[in-house]
Design a protein around this ligand. Structure first.
Ligand SMILES: [Zn+2]
Length: 410
């Protein structure tokens, strides 16, 4: 005990000065102190150890925000997480490395509906892992499907869809093969026997998200009572809002959410998947639940043209991507920092609100806000330096600079 305290106290203290830091939902004119990969309480340092910082860094008036957390990303930069290769880790590492420049310090690699053989090959190859100079941290896998609605399957291949038969949870286990590295499962709650599955997943600490579904509001509320806490890309792949039965969208203003619980919802804020007016409706109805996700596919970061998404071929043109030969949207190619800026512009929200939708809220839905998604004392020092227009200037993981824009000198 004494020994470890002493060794921590010997590590260098970094003081980031001349900055605005996002703390307690507000940008504050304060310094950020870091030691041993964590945010440090400077008062303790002054009073207990009576020592100043070892290194002072002038941030030139930048905003310092918690690192972005992307809970729905299917791939990018030519990599498709849903393809069963012999070296899935290499693809994940590449994406994890590239997204540092977009401010993402941890993420949930997402698999779209796939054949059982793909889950069995891919899942054992993905490990939860800390981030660092090698790339963003891996928080766990997000499995989107195959237990989703045929009518609302969107870009998911129909022949791979599954229903829950007898022994529903055992069947889910058999399909995925392994849940060790899984942290989110998206399913359609109107499916028979889904309650049992939602309870079992929740019991294991896995976040259940509702999506690709034709559920009505009472089915969605029942799913929440059983433990579901998340909605997958709100408005997309679900029943449109209807005033007599608002469907899953109605959860945003439902009075049937159990006390002390909160429902979060993912939004693809790329200006294509959701009209800005719809984005504003969701944000104004339930601002604390909004989570920005990229839902990015292989083609993010690539040139326009034909690319793959799981079992499908997709066509990309600017920020639009469709299943080849159709008008079915197939995931986005916008990066997280673009989504944050678009969200702020579209809703007119504060800088703080835009930043928390990509950091605090995803940490909360994953129940890791005690270590990520904030700049509170003793949390992981995963953070970003941004300019006033929310362009990322530098990215830090565990207190270490892992990316910096060419033009930004500190
Ligand atoms: Zn989807």
């Amino acid at each position: 005990m004494m020994l470890s305290e002493k060794s921590t106290a010997d590590l260098p203290v970094f003081q980031f000065t001349n900055c605005w830091i996002l703390r307690n939902h507000e940008l504050q004119r304060e310094d950020l102190w870091v030691r041993d990969g964590r945010i440090l309480n400077p008062e303790k340092l002054f009073f207990d150890e009576k020592k100043p910082a070892d290194v002072r860094l002038d941030c030139k008036g930048s905003i310092i925000a918690p690192g972005f957390i992307d809970v729905q990303i299917n791939g990018g930069f030519g990599v498709d997480f849903s393809v069963a290769t012999d070296d899935v880790g290499a693809g994940i590492s590449l994406v994890g490395q590239k997204i540092l420049s977009h401010g993402v310090t941890s993420f949930c690699p997402t698999l779209v509906t796939s054949p059982q053989s793909v889950y069995h090959k891919v899942l054992p190859q993905i490990q939860v892992k800390n981030g660092g100079p090698h790339g963003a941290g891996i928080l766990g896998v997000h499995l989107e499907g195959p237990f989703i609605s045929k009518e609302k399957r969107g870009a998911h291949p129909e022949h791979c869809l599954r229903t829950f038969e007898k022994g529903a949870f055992q069947e889910l286990l058999a399909t995925y093969g392994c849940l060790d590295s899984v942290c989110i499962v998206t399913l359609a709650p109107e499916m028979k026997r889904s309650s049992e599955v939602i309870q079992e997943l929740t019991k294991r600490g896995i976040c259940v998200s509702l999506g690709h579904s034709v559920a009505n509001l009472s089915q969605a509320e029942e799913a929440v009572r059983h433990g579901a806490t998340f909605i997958t890309h709100l408005f997309n792949a679900m029943l449109p809002f209807h005033h007599r039965d608002p469907g899953i969208v109605g959860l945003l203003t439902s009075d049937q959410i159990p006390p002390g619980r909160q429902v979060f919802y993912g939004m693809i804020s790329d200006g294509i998947h959701t009209n800005p007016a719809a984005l504003r409706i969701a944000h104004r109805a339930h601002p604390k639940g909004l989570i920005l996700v990229t839902d990015a596919i292989t083609a993010m970061g690539l040139a326009p043209g034909r690319h793959t998404l799981g079992q499908q071929v997709i066509e990309m043109d600017g920020l639009n991507s469709y299943i080849a030969g159709t008008k079915t949207l197939s995931g986005s190619v916008a990066t997280m920092d673009t989504c944050v800026r678009h969200f702020r512009e579209a809703t007119g929200c504060s800088v703080e609100t835009a930043l928390e939708a990509a950091s605090l809220h995803p940490a909360q839905v994953l129940k890791i806000e005690d270590r990520k998604g904030t700049l509170d004392y003793d949390t992981d020092a995963d953070f970003l330096l941004l300019d006033d227009h929310l362009h990322v200037q530098a990215t830090y993981i565990a207190g270490q600079q892992v990316w910096r824009h060419n033009s930004f000198v500190m």
